[in-house]
Every structure is written in C-alpha cells, then in structure tokens.
Design a protein around this ligand. Structure first.
Ligand code: PFF
Length: 476
C-alpha cells in the first residue's frame, strides 16, 4: 500500500539534524553534567562511553532498521516483526514519550521563565534574579502555579507551531537552524566557563583518570550511566523507530547511527565542560554534586556571581537549553502524531495533520499542567506513594518518571534485545541494514550479534534493577 500521507526527510542531512536534535536535549545539558557530578566524574564518563558504543549502538541500529523496514508508526513497525510481542513493545514504546512529555515540557517551560527573568535583569536591571539566591529563585518559580502552567502552555504552543508543518517543512526545517545555533551558543558558554579562575578543578574532575568510584559503588555508577545513555540517545521511546520510518532505503543505517551517537556524546561532554567547571569555580567543591538542582539553582548562582555579564550568559545559556528541549519535545510529540495518523490512513481515510497535532498537544498540555501545578512537589498536591517517603512519590514528576524511565523504557529495551537477539533473530535487522548495497562487514556483523544477544540484555537487566533501586530508596 502507498503511504501518500507520510512524506519523507528532505535530505539525509535534514534527517540527521532532526535525529541529533531529538537526542540532544535536557538529558545532555542537564542530566549528563549532574549525574556525572554525583557519580564520580571520570568513572561515570568511561562507563557511559562503553555502554554507548555497545548497547546504545546495537539498539539504535535495531530501532532505525525496524522503523525503516515497515515505514510505519512504532506500533505497526513492531507488530510487523511478530504478533503479540510486537504489540506489547509498540505500546511500551508509545507510553514512554506520552508520559515523558508531561514533565519534559514543564522543565522546558522553567527554562523559558529563567531566560525571561535573566532578560529582565539584563534589559531593565530589575534584579529579578540577581537579588535572590539560586535556591530562592527556584522556589519562587516552583510555587507560582499560574506562571508555571502558563509558561508550559507557551512552550507546548511553540512546539505545536513547528510540528504542525510536518516532517520536512516543520521538524527538519527547525532543526536545521536550531541545532547549529545551539552548538555555537554552547561553545560561547564553554569559553566563559573554562576561563573562570578555579575552573581547572572541574576539568580535572571530568577527565583525570580516577577509578575510586568503581570501588565504592560500581552498580550505581553503571545504572546511572546506563539510564542516562538510554534517555540521552532517545532509545526505547519509539522516536528512533518513528524517525527511521521516514528514512529512504538509500541511506546507511550504520553510518547514521554512529553519527547520532557520536554527536550526542560530544554535546553531552561539551555540556559537562560548560556546567561543571563553572560550578566548581564559583560554587565550590560540592556544587557539582548537588544533583538535579544543578541547572536551576547552582547555575543561577554561578550567573549571579559573574557580575554585570551574568544575566547575558544566563540568557544565552537558557536559550540554548530551550532549543535543546524544543527539538526533543517535537520528536516526542511526533511519535504520537505519526501513530494516530498511520492508524487513520490504515482505515483508508486521509489524516488531517493539523487536527491530530492539535489534539495531541492539548492532551499533553493536560498532563503537563498537573506536573506544573505540582511544582516538583512544592505545592501540597496529592501525589501517589507520597506517604511511603520514597523517591518515586516525591513529586508528580518523580512518579511519572518512575513509570517511564524507571520501568517502561528499560523493560521495553530488555524485552526488545532478547526478542530480536534470540527469537526474531538478528538477521532481519541485518537484511534491512544491507539494503541498496550497504554491506555489513563480517566484523561488524559479529559485533552486532554479540551486542544484541549478550551485552544488551545483561546491561539492560542491570540498568532496570538500578533504576528500580533508585526510585525505591528514601532520599537522605
Ligand atoms: N534524548 C533527549 C534528551 O537527552 O533530553 C530526551 C528524549 C527526546 C528522549 C526525545 C526521547 C525522545 F523521543
């Protein structure tokens, strides 16, 4: 059957920009530096690199191949590989983007608020932020429920405008401008960060060999790096399958996977170089270990300490985070839009993209409004499992994150690697990769088989276990 309604990427560069745009997001600029800060710097980096080159590469190759093979939405793509298990995997892979959007858009909205506040300081010297500590500003942003919901609406509306344009004229076009702009702004912030007095301590923390964290708690470094790798490479969330479904048979899947993984990793390391040295230089030794607060508290303190130029760097930095969050959010939204649109086309009707995008954005806004109103647990809303005192009940964000990042994603990837490796067989993937004369070398084929059959299932089992442990601990 013809897929007239679908469209295709305008060029391979356009696909790559969009795929890298999906991968590079809050996970790189916020998650990577803070997890590296908490998990021992260099040790975390090494584990991350090994996992990305093995588990990450093999699963990304599978997802791109499965999507392109079917040229259909994630659910149908998985179903075409085999009945019931395909349906389970397809739904797991759609559940995650739907849930993740609820908090991803709120975090994006906080960045819009921070950029606006820094701008106000810059333009009118109103000291909207400069007069407060980073912690106080973050509290003020969290407890302002109306502001958070309104900015979340604005953030989703921007995504709506882009994604309504379609794959080529919406997503591809925005990424082709947004991604290079993000990269340049990141370089500007790095130059400022690494030239601050005391920044070298932060660089040494990242790059000087130090294996003591392994001795202290290898499993938690492994699961933190693994969970981060998954989220950062946009795996097990339907997006790589979806974007792959719009890819032409002429393109090399191995080359594209490598480019996406290498670019995403480079941006994560660069973000570490923008954030950690500044946190060490201006916030002291423990600033880098503050965890999730790094982006909204520690960094704002860093900008405050920069004097008159602080708000300028604040504006540039938050703008770059906003760009990263938008290019990722439109990817997450597209998973759902493509699903609905292909469903309608399968019934023989012509999908109305504008209408579908509107419905998806409104439903996402409804769940995001709840997370925004909750203010990361600051506003006394009822939260599931809150009474247990464990991480998963700390806020609506944590609860939803538990279902998606904690369970659905690692479980989906674990099932997928076992299913492809041992039941469907890796040959299906190899056949799709080898379309149009893109031969896999013997070495590459052996490496892929070993990764998908052995390394990925074992790695995923540890990551799933580690995620569950993290969510069930009581914060200290
Ligand atoms: N990879 C993104 C990040 O690192 O922030 C998160 C993400 C975006 C995951 C889009 C999945 C996705 F479809």
């Amino acid at each position: 059957m013809e897929h007239h309604h679908r469209g295709e990427w305008g060029s391979n560069l356009g696909f790559l920009m969009a795929a890298v745009g999906s991968a590079v997001g809050l996970g790189n600029i916020w998650g990577f530096p803070y997890r590296m800060g908490v998990n021992g710097g260099f040790a975390f980096l090494i584990v991350y690199l090994i996992l990305a080159a093995t588990v990450g590469l093999s699963i990304m190759l599978c997802e791109l191949a499965i999507g392109r093979r079917a040229s259909r939405s994630v659910l149908v793509s998985y179903q075409q590989l085999g009945g019931k298990m395909g349906t389970v995997l397809g739904f797991l892979a759609m559940l995650s983007p739907f849930l993740i959007l609820s908090f991803y858009t709120v975090l994006g909205a906080y960045c819009v608020e921070y950029m606006a506040l820094n701008m106000a300081d810059l333009a009118f010297s109103v000291s909207a932020l400069a007069g407060l500590s980073g912690g106080d500003s973050f509290n003020a942003v969290r407890v302002n429920q109306f502001g958070a919901v309104a900015f979340t609406f604005l953030f989703i509306f921007i995504c709506f405008l882009i994604i309504r344009g379609g794959i080529k004229d919406g997503i591809e076009k925005f990424n082709k401008i947004g991604m290079p702009a993000l990269f340049i702004m990141l370089l500007v912030v790095i130059v400022r960060a690494v030239t601050l007095p005391g920044a070298d301590e932060g660089l040494a923390f990242m790059f000087a060999p130090n294996f003591t964290p392994f001795k202290e708690n290898f499993l938690s470094v492994l699961s933190a790096a693994g969970g981060q790798m998954f989220f950062s490479l946009s795996l097990a969330m339907g997006i790589t399958v979806t974007y792959g479904s719009y890819l032409s048979k002429k393109e090399s899947l191995v080359k594209n996977s490598l480019i996406i993984i290498i670019s995403d990793t480079i941006v994560a390391i660069l973000a570490g170089m923008a954030v950690l040295p500044a946190a060490f230089a201006l916030g002291g030794k423990d600033a880098a270990k503050k965890g999730a607060a790094l982006l909204f508290i520690t960094l704002q303190d860093v900008f405050n300490a920069m004097g008159a130029a602080g708000p300028l760097f604040g504006v540039i930095f938050y703008l770059l985070v906003i760009l990263a969050a938008i290019t990722s959010s439109i990817a997450l939204l597209e998973v759902l839009v493509t699903f609905l649109s292909d469903r309608i086309a399968l019934k023989g009707k012509i999908p109305n993209r504008a209408k579908l995008v509107t419905i998806v954005c409104l439903v996402v806004f409804a769940e995001a409004a709840l997370v925004a109103a909750d203010g990361l647990g600051a506003n006394g809303l009822w939260i599931p499992f809150h009474e247990t005192g464990r991480n998963l009940g700390a806020s609506w964000l944590d609860f939803i994150d538990f279902i998606s990042e904690g369970v659905a994603m690692p479980l989906g990837a674990l099932i997928m690697s076992i299913w492809i490796g041992w039941f469907v067989g890796p040959k299906v993937i190899q056949d799709e990769v080898e379309q149009e004369g893109h031969k896999m070398s013997d070495g590459m084929r052996a490496f892929f088989n070993f990764c998908i059959k052995v390394i990925a299932p074992i790695g995923m089992a540890f990551i799933l276990y580690g995620q569950l442990c993290e969510f069930f601990t009581i914060p200290t």
